[in-house]
Ligand binder design. Structure first.
Ligand SMILES: *Cc1c(COP(=O)(O)O)cnc(C)c1O
Length: 398
């Protein structure tokens, strides 16, 4: 059955008069999430108190929810677990992968990667010692830069600024040919496009849930470890909930079974409740339909913008199959233009130095939204509505 996008859209609480093109940064509120979280608070926390860990299944939730995420990213059951933030998961995956490739010292990433991933990699190298280095090359040079010094590649599949998409299959293949392991960051892939971790033979993957998966601000991240590596993976962040028997309170650490060992500490039960409600919507969506509609919406937006404003330069790949679920444009006054758009009900975001970024998520964005966003942008550009003092002060979050 084809995905009923009108029905999906009706399951989100979007403020009236807002066209929300920033689900790539923070997904909107699924209507059912508010009641689900309230129920977890009053019925579970309120009534069950500490017995909720067993009776309400809180302790099993990170891997139960992980299995639901696994279906969205082409991963095997029992290979994904929830917890922590994405930055922490970057560190955890890298540290584990480095230990599994002990003769090598190089983490390879690219200059299009999200800075937090690079900072975490750099910090890990500093902790491990002077031999360890983070090497970054231009995104288009990644494939050629994978040589037999590389221990692990740390690549974000979809560039957060431009939406350019890496070829997961080709890079993973090359990495394996050269004896390297792969860590894939799916921050802008999970819920945005079909991902095939198992089919690509990926080793590790990580991602967040508050972007395209709509778990809300501070929602937990996930980590994937390929089943073939799970029993060899020694968690660097060896917290008690990754222990084989946390409640034995053993003084020595024994890693838990399979993916459970990638758990660290107490799971965020309230955020996981919100995520569960968000994932109920995903059960009604076919990822291939989502991808096809996302490409069509973005093509329509690009055509609308380019047809009217040649001074906005497309920063995303024109070929829809080569980009994620966003369109980015460069303009020297990008920050001010985005503030004017937001003031006029079109919410996107700005990424330094000059990128206007618009995320398109067919779960709640349709053709009419695209056309209205183009029309509002037209007013702002033709009347220079952006050129006002109130649009020039930078807030803490852009
Ligand atoms: C959004 C994003 C992050 C954010 O990490 P948090 O720890 O969740 O704040 C990290 N890496 C990439 C590639 C991202 O897109």
């Amino acid at each position: 059955m084809p995905t009923d996008f009108a029905s999906l859209r009706a399951q989100f609480d979007l403020p009236k008069g807002v066209i929300y093109l920033d689900g790539n940064s923070l997904g909107p509120l699924p209507s059912a999430a508010a009641a689900r979280v309230a129920k977890t608070i009053t019925e579970e926390w309120g009534k069950l108190l500490i017995t909720g860990w067993n009776k309400a299944g809180w302790m099993a939730q990170p891997s139960a929810v992980g299995d639901r995420i696994a279906k969205l990213i082409g991963a095997e059951a029992g290979s994904v677990v929830m917890g922590d933030t994405l930055s922490i998961k970057v560190y955890q995956a890298l540290a584990t992968a480095l230990e599994m490739n002990p003769k090598r010292r190089v983490i390879l990433s690219d200059t299009g990667n999200f800075p937090s991933d690079l900072y975490m990699a750099d910090g890990l190298c500093r902790t491990l010692g002077p031999d360890y280095i983070l090497k970054t090359v231009a995104p288009e040079e990644v494939l050629d830069a994978i040589d037999d010094t590389v221990a692990v590649t740390l690549i974000t599949e979809v560039d957060y600024r431009t939406g350019r998409k890496h070829d997961m299959k080709a890079i993973t293949k090359r990495a394996h040919e050269k004896g390297a392991l792969t860590v894939w960051d799916l921050a802008h892939s999970a819920g945005a496009l079909p991902v095939h971790l198992a089919a690509c033979n990926a080793d590790f993957a990580i991602g967040c849930t508050y972007k395209y998966l709509n778990s809300g601000p501070g929602g937990p991240a996930f980590i994937y470890v390929a089943p073939r590596h799970q029993e060899k993976a020694r968690p660097a962040l060896s917290g008690w909930l990754g222990h084989q028997q946390p409640f034995a309170f053993d003084l020595d650490y024994t890693p838990g079974n399979g993916i459970e060992r990638m758990r660290v500490g107490t799971p965020p039960v309230l955020q996981l409740a919100a995520l569960e409600a968000a994932l109920d919507i995903w059960e009604q969506a076919d990822m291939a339909d989502v991808r096809a509609k996302s490409i069509a919406l973005i093509d329509r937006f690009i055509a609308g913008v380019e047809g009217s404003f040649p001074d906005l330069t497309l920063a995303s790949p024109r070929d829809g199959t080569l980009r994620g679920s966003q369109a980015s444009f460069r303009h020297p006054e990008g920050y001010d233009i985005m503030q004017a758009l937001i003031a006029n009900g079109v919410i996107g975001d700005f990424r330094a130095p000059d990128i206007l970024r618009f995320g398109f998520t067919p779960l709640y964005i349709n053709e009419n939204d695209v056309d209205m966003a183009v029309a509002i942008l037209a007013d702002i550009m033709t009347q220079s509505l952006w050129d006002r003092p109130e649009y020039k002060t930078r807030s803490r979050v852009t």
